[in-house]
Design a protein around this ligand. Structure first.
Ligand code: FAD
Ligand code: NAP
Ligand code: SF4
Length: 680
């Protein structure tokens, strides 16, 4: 029934056969850090195993305290700790799944004072300087890796993944950037790669032949002093001979300044690198299965990568947060029903960096499976949902799934609310996938959808609903700037809906998420480079690793010239964009810098006239001689319907922007809507 013949074909590993080519990539969810969460972790993985994933890899577990990612974080170093993993492993096996434990030693990326590394060199992304290991210290780390793998076997895992990429401990030995040693663990490449080879061969010896060992190999470091291509190939060969079962791909160190997984990165942007390695290994007669990764979020893309011969497996991590049934839906001809990961990082990676439990913007049940339970309603109610933005869509479909009779009113001719604007921003094309998903859910759950109907309180009262949910969103905030009624002034709505043409020189007032997006929209012309892999690689300066060490040495970014001259302004002092997502803010700032956008903080708006926008920057007056001023000055809730409905005695619920507009995002809108709908 399925068309994804490559993706869904079994993979024979010799001693065992995986049912398909999907590896659920390791994600640190925060549930690993405390065994009190292991019950939740078991449920989370069990749902993914039930959904048909070929091989699950857990979030990283440190093999010892020095290898911690954060103080008292996840660690597997004793038999007692191994026993606590049993419920996780059993839950996955009960669903017919397979699961490997990731061993992650953070090295100098650890966020604690006990960090160790090949040399005493601080990373640019952590505040702690690591202690350089003695030879005996290196030996102790190897033994810790081996003990951790043996304990994983004892706990019942089907294998381990040894994290050798993204700039963590093992990776730090491989390059001179972080390894200045002069003993047998440094100097020549043979010495530098000795550590991972020792780790893999000793793990193989300890765990026996019938245990999966995945090695995550850094194939494109994306840092100037990264590995050369010859070194990558040598490593792959040596790790394969040392006894690894599968080679997974790692792209970019965490300190690299090139985006690797954000939504603006093209789908499958780096699969060609795995393909290049696979061809080199096959030419040398090495048949080890290779797994590729990064921005593979649909079965079409994943299947095409395998069909092209670029890999034997695909690693998908966030797509399985977004939809635990990804594989099952693909195999049952229901790929259109997949809730696609839009690569926003807002509820997964941004949570990890904030020390919060991960979830997913489009699936708030992720990592909350035992808490956010969608059950049939005890009493069926007639419910109106007003507004078909993310909040209204999530509420209406969840309520209908539970058996309620739901009518969804939307003033526009299409569903989506502000997501219809978001998807027009170059690099945010993925947002359309969420609307496609909800469109399917509306039909499947039988919601009565009334498009083009701006419903009023009287009509709602007249129809007679048991309860009304207001998901009517927001209206732009009026900033009351002198001269804002000048014809050159417009709102972000006018620009993004195409109602207004914009001149060659533009001032964007307000540097929140929308101000940044509007600036991005204005500097681009023509098709989005996110849809053109080669153009995107040129823009960011990623080259052929066979020529450029690490894929970047000597390669200059070649951004296409900006379509307009743009100024991006905020009243707050400090650098604009500081409040954007932890893992994506730097990308937005860098992208606009590459387009020569002038970002100005500490601004007071004086007046707008024929000359342009008059401002004070600090105390210094300045006039921006612009043709257009775009207001992106935040939003206010739109909830005029609430009072008359309440006066009529109707139970009213406010969700999304209609509830609170400040710091609103789709993550909060969808989560709040789903939680409410699960309760009613
Ligand atoms: P809305 O999306 O505003 O939907 C409200 C809906 O109600 C509208 O469709 C409106 O037509 C309808 N409506 C109002 N009154 C009535 C009525 N009386 N009758 C019938 N229908 C009515 N968020 C993120 O999390 N990440 C992002 O990257 C991101 N990027 C964005 C980029 C842009 C350019 C914009 C504009 C927004 C972005 N957002 C982003 C914000 C996100 O879109 C909003 O947080 C989210 O849409 C709010 O959802 P909502 O359902 O509360 O409201
Ligand atoms: P916002 O993030 O609150 O930003 C509003 C901007 O307007 C700020 O720069 C603010 O900074 C300025 N401002 C506020 N009041 C003003 C006034 N009276 N006069 C002049 N300037 C004023 O809101 P937004 O940009 O409209 O975004 C709405 C929501 O959508 C955000 O909360 C965001 O989470 C979400 N969103 C997210 C993303 C994303 O990538 N995650 C992208 C787009 C939107 P100053 O007060 O310093 O001037
Ligand atoms: Fe994907 Fe965003 Fe969900 Fe993370 S939060 S899994 S990036 S959709």
């Amino acid at each position: 029934m399925s068309v994804y013949t490559h993706l869904l074909s079994p993979l024979d590993l010799g001693f065992t056969t995986l049912p398909n080519r999907v590896l659920m990539g390791s994600m640190h969810t925060g549930l690993e850090d405390d065994s009190k969460h292991f019950g939740r972790l078991a449920n989370y993985f069990a749902e993914r195993a039930r959904g048909g994933v070929g091989l699950i890899v857990t979030g990283g577990f440190a093999p010892n305290i020095e290898g911690w990612l954060s103080p008292f974080g996840s660690r597997l170093a004793s038999t007692r700790a191994a026993q606590r993993h049993r419920p996780i492993v059993d839950a996955v096996h009960a669903e017919g799944g397979r699961i490997a434990l990731q061993i992650l030693h953070a090295g100098r990326y650890g966020y604690h004072p006990l960090t160790v590394a090949p040399s005493k060199i601080k990373s640019p992304i952590t505040p702690f300087t690591p202690r350089a290991l003695s030879s005996a210290g290196v030996e102790r780390q190897i033994r810790a890796f081996v003990r951790c793998a043996a304990l994983a076997r004892e706990a019942g895992y089907d294998g381990v993944e040894v994290m050798g990429s993204e700039g963590y401990f093992i990776n730090q030995f491989l390059v001179e950037h972080t390894n200045r040693r002069e003993d047998e663990w440094g100097g020549s490449f043979e010495n530098r790669m000795r550590l991972p080879v020792e780790i893999i061969s000793r793990i193989r010896e300890a765990v026996g032949r019938d245990f999966i060992i995945v090695y995550r190999l850094s194939i494109l470091d994306l840092i100037p002093n990264g590995q050369s291509w010859d070194e990558v190939v040598r490593m792959a060969k040596a790790i394969s001979s040392a006894g690894a079962t599968i080679l997974n791909s790692g792209i970019g160190w965490h300190e690299a300044r090139i985006p690797t997984i954000a939504t603006s990165v093209p789908r499958g942007a780096f699969t060609w690198v795995t393909g290049k390695l696979r061809r080199d290994l096959r030419a040398a007669g090495i048949e080890i299965p290779l797994c590729t990764t990064n921005r593979l979020n649909t079965p079409e893309v994943a299947d095409a990568v395998l069909a092209a011969g670029d890999a034997d497996m695909v690693s998908m991590a966030r797509p399985l947060l977004a939809d635990p049934d990804f594989v099952r839906k693909a195999s049952q001809g229901r790929a259109a029903e997949i809730n696609t990961c839009i690569a926003c990082n807002q509820a997964c990676l941004d949570h990890t960096f904030a020390g919060k439990i991960s979830s997913c913007l489009v699936n708030p049940r992720a990592c909350h499976e035992t808490e956010l339970v969608i059950e049939p309603a005890r009493r069926v109610k007639k419910i109106a949902v007003v507004g078909a933005g993310p909040a209204g869509l999530a509420a209406a479909t969840t309520l209908a799934e539970r058996g309620h009779s739901v009518t969804l009113f939307e003033a526009d001719q299409c569903i989506g609310g502000q997501f219809n604007l978001a998807k027009k921003i170059p690099g945010k094309e993925e947002f359309e996938e969420t609307l496609r998903y909800f469109q399917g859910r509306l039909v499947a759950t039988g919601v009565d959808v009334r498009l083009g109907q701006r419903i009023g309180a009287e009509s709602l009262i007249g129809i007679g609903f048991d309860e009304v949910i207001l998901a009517t969103g927001v209206i732009p905030r009026d900033p009351r700037i002198s001269g804002q009624d000048h014809p050159k002034v417009c709102s972000y709505l006018d620009v993004l809906t195409g109602k207004r043409t914009v001149g060659a020189r533009v001032a964007v007032v307000g540097a929140g998420g929308i101000g940044f997006d509007v600036a991005e929209f204005l500097v681009h012309d023509g098709p989005s480079i996110t849809l053109d892999r080669e153009a995107w690689l040129r823009e960011w300066g990623v080259g052929n690793p066979a020529v450029a060490r690490g894929g970047v040495a000597g390669v200059k970014p070649q951004p296409t010239p900006p379509a307009r001259e743009v100024f991006l302004l905020q009243r707050k002092a400090g650098k604009p964009g500081a409040g954007l997502g932890k893992t994506t803010g730097w990308i937005h700032r860098t992208a606009l810098k590459m387009k020569r956008v002038e970002m100005i903080g500490d601004v007071q708006y004086r007046h707008i006239d024929d000359t342009g926008l008059h401002i004070l920057v600090g105390d210094a007056p300045r006039t921006l001689e612009v043709d257009t001023v775009v207001l992106c000055t935040g939003q206010e809730p739109l909830r005029a319907l609430a009072a008359p409905l309440q006066q009529a005695g109707i139970t009213v619920h406010l969700i999304g922007g209609a509830d609170v507009a400040a710091e609103l995002d789709a993550k909060r809108a969808i989560r709040q809507a789903t939680e409410l709908a699960a309760r009613l």
